[in-house]
Design a protein around this ligand. Structure first.
Ligand code: NAD
Length: 420
């Protein structure tokens, strides 16, 4: 399939486009391609909510289960004005590949509500969450489908989801991951995606001699759960975060930003990154053009594209901490320019890996230490990284194609063994 206009591609289109390249590489039979392109189950719901001023808003919500051949469906819930059915399906599909690549016994799902969470009061956010949960509860369950946080949602939102589900079904902590620790969440879950991104980069840095710990320079778009924790942990290991941004703009300091102070300012106190005093203000467009070793998109999908920035990016490696940040056309341009792209469903898998650990702990009613969680995460990330690296070498393909071929091969085998 030819790539459509790159700038017009959303996460859904990006994921579909990458599918055929990998399916061809492993000679996937046509009927399995058709099964894996189609969601197992897709639910659209209305989410009516009484706002603080007395009016009713009716939002649209989705829960899409892409595939459950390898285990219960697993995937986050996103609150974002552009979270439509197409995007949610793309993200659900990515979850199937991610859980397969990391060898955890889950399938893939995703949920979304088309709402700007930043414009909601805390009470309105809770009302959206409880109504959405009650409307999708019919397809959830610890052995059916287990949500988690994503953009615009957090541990508090997962706590309301757990409470709403438990009202009808009895206390069921394994129904959702990314919960607060005091409600059965796992130690290390909040930082897990950022930590996993860092582990993948450390492996790559060692193999391909790119500086990381000793002052390797990183530019990070997005300073939310993934970006802020990645920056904090990478800074603590000796990497230099020279620029970062949020939705309102960014800051740049070639000597390296004071990340512990920025973490307190922007992540803990929720102030805007651009208001941080220690650094030069930059726009999100300028951020892409900064020279660095590692460029880490950790916000939205489709942000690296042919029309806006693929020709102007000046890094050695793009690390896809966000889901689907690079369009296929942009990836080709980057490849031709000698810039490697480490794909999302490998590098940002730390969150779902520790979500799996959380689910295991909930089912066993036995809790792990933070160190044990981190050690087990490192083992999982390393194993997946090595399998992809070796396939890149053996088959001379991109990191994304190698990772997809491994992941899709496992799902196709599970479908085949089920009788398809
Ligand atoms: P978040 O809501 O906590 O943070 C998102 C950040 O991106 C915020 O700083 C926000 O201001 C910024 N942002 C939003 N729009 C922007 C724009 N137009 N330009 C620049 N910055 C912008 O979300 P998150 O959980 O950190 O997720 C970030 C990305 O990582 C998403 O693509 C998500 O799907 C992916 N992801 C998250 C997890 C997880 O565990 N949270 C796991 C895997 C992948």
């Amino acid at each position: 399939m030819n790539a459509p206009d790159a700038s017009a591609m959303d996460a859904g289109a990006i994921v579909t486009n990458q599918f055929d390249v990998a399916a061809d590489l492993i000679n996937m039979p046509d009927h399995l391609r058709r099964i894996l392109r189609t969601p197992f189950r897709s639910l659209t719901v209305e989410v009516p909510v009484r706002m603080d001023d007395g009016r009713f808003e009716v939002y649209r919500g989705y829960r899409i289960q892409h595939n459950g051949a390898r285990g219960p469906c697993k995937g986050g819930i996103r609150y974002h004005p552009e979270a439509d059915e197409h995007e949610v399906l793309g993200l659900a599909t990515t979850m199937t590949w991610k859980t397969s690549l990391l060898e955890i016994p889950f399938g893939g799902a995703k949920g979304g509500v088309q709402v700007n969470a930043r414009n909601l009061s805390l009470r309105e956010l809770e009302a959206v969450t409880r109504t959405f949960t009650s409307r999708i509860a019919i397809i959830l369950g610890p052995y059916r489908d287990i949500p988690a946080p994503d953009m615009g949602t957090n541990a508090q939102v997962m706590a309301w989801l757990l409470d709403e589900f438990s009202k009808r079904n009895g206390y069921t902590p394994a129904i959702v991951t990314g919960k607060p620790v005091s409600l059965g969440g796992s130690l290390g879950r909040e930082e897990a995606t950022g930590r996993g991104v860092m582990y993948a980069m450390q492996e790559y840095a060692r193999d391909f001699k790119i500086p990381f710990e000793k002052g390797g320079t990183c530019v990070v778009q997005g300073f939310g759960n993934v970006g802020a924790h990645f920056a904090r942990l990478a800074h603590a290991e000796g990497a230099k975060i020279i620029a970062t941004s949020d939705v309102d703009g960014g800051i740049y300091n070639p000597k390296g930003l004071d990340i512990p102070k920025l973490f307190a300012h922007a992540y803990e106190q929720r102030k805007s990154v651009a208001e941080f005093p220690d650094g030069e203000r930059i726009t999100n467009e300028q951020l892409w053009e900064l020279e660095c070793d590692w460029l880490v998109p950790a916000a939205l999908g489709g942000v690296i594209c042919k029309e806006s920035n693929a020709n102007r990016i000046r890094c050695k490696v793009v690390v896809e901490a966000a889901n689907a940040p690079t369009t296929p056309t942009a990836e080709k341009i980057l490849e031709e320019r000698g810039i490697v792209v480490l794909p999302d469903f490998l590098v940002n898998a730390g969150g779902v890996v520790v979500s799996y650990f959380e689910w295991v702990q909930n089912l066993q009613q036995h809790f792990w230490t933070h160190e044990y969680v981190n050690d087990e995460l490192l083992k999982k990330m390393k194993r997946a990284y090595v399998s992809v690296r070796d396939m890149v070498k053996e088959r001379n393909v991109s990191w994304r194609t190698a990772a997809l071929a491994i992941a899709m091969g496992r799902v196709a085998e599970a479908e085949h063994l089920r009788g398809y």
